[in-house]
Design a binder for this molecule. Structure first.
Ligand code: SF4
Length: 309
């Protein structure tokens, strides 16, 4: 699909490159530091993925470090006594023991069937015991930069809110693949999962986290933050967020507007000298200027606002 084509049901922004770059820059500027994000060793990544299937990421860190200290390579794990591996799993409250057994078995497969070298494609990785499509793709992405776009609950929520992708697995797959820059699955999948994990959470934190997609986001513009896993509107402190979204959406439509013209377009009860008038709107615009989303110009004919380019 080219940058200007739309699908039947939704439309990704024309400027796909800007959307991609904004997210990657946002991720690279700041993100949660998990130790497995600093490695491209497929074994270490597989262990982190299996552990985090049932355990909160913060709690996985200690377990992951302890596991790799004890069994640093697939060869070490393959040679381990299965009871010891299962015992470690239980001691660290990592969920179903079967996962420990599968991990142990997968290490043996890597040693016996692949000469100690992990396969690098999602399809081949799925041949390993206990490795399903999601985990295979995560290992292919984070270890080999060779994965497809990850589609998990967080990614679905982001796509649904930002680009109106319908609640349909095939649509999510298409949208996520179309968004991902070619050959960049490592950084991309980390970045979009981070967006869903810290910014586009069930109660979204669009402004607090400086979400890089506010400019394009349909939910931010409309104020409707429901999602497949958020069936009713999450509650916010006040509705300021919604009006910020409307300002962005309106300025996208009109390029530039004088203060009162903008005010009347974003709320029906706008009255220049009233409670929701110029002073209120200038405050709202001031926040958007601070966030580098909007710029304002003061001239003889009043204040004019436009989106920052
Ligand atoms: S602007 Fe808000 S709702 Fe939209 S993608 Fe960002 S965090 Fe999610």
């Amino acid at each position: 699909m080219t940058d200007t084509e739309a699908t039947d049901d939704w439309c990704l922004p024309d400027d796909r490159e800007a959307v991609r770059n904004a997210l990657i820059e946002w991720y690279e500027a700041d993100h949660r530091e998990f130790p497995w994000r600093r490695t491209d060793d497929p074994y270490e990544i597989l262990v982190s993925e299996v552990m985090s299937q049932q355990t909160q990421l913060d709690r996985v860190v200690d377990a992951w470090e302890g596991f790799l200290e004890r069994w640093p390579t697939t060869a070490d794990l393959a040679a381990a006594d299965r009871a010891a591996v299962v015992g470690f799993w239980t001691d660290h409250s990592l969920g179903y023991n079967n996962r420990a057994k599968y991990l142990h078995e997968a290490a043996r497969q890597v040693e016996d069937e692949y000469d100690g070298e992990f396969p690098d494609s999602p399809d081949e990785l799925q041949e390993l015991m206990g490795v399903g499509p999601y985990t295979a793709n995560a290992v292919a992405s984070f270890a080999f930069n060779n994965g497809d776009a990850v589609v998990d609950t967080n990614v679905k929520r982001v796509c649904y809110r930002a680009f109106d992708v319908p609640d349909d697995d095939a649509a999510f797959e298409d949208a996520a693949s179309d968004l991902m820059p070619h050959g960049k699955s490592r950084v991309w999948n980390n970045a979009i999962m981070e967006l869903g994990g810290v910014a586009c959470t069930q109660t979204p934190r669009c402004d607090e986290t400086g979400c890089p997609w506010r400019e394009w986001c349909s939910a931010y513009a409309s104020g409707d933050f429901t999602a497949p896993d958020v069936p009713t509107q999450p509650s916010f402190e006040g509705s300021r967020r919604q009006f910020r979204g409307r300002v962005i959406a309106t300025l996208r439509e009109y390029d530039e507007l004088e203060l009162d013209a903008l005010g009347h377009r974003i709320r029906v009860d706008y009255a220049p000298d009233g409670e929701y008038g110029r002073e209120w709107l200038e405050g709202l615009l001031g926040d958007l200027v601070d966030d580098e989303l909007v710029e304002i110009e003061r001239g003889d004919d009043g204040v004019r606002a436009r989106l920052r380019r």
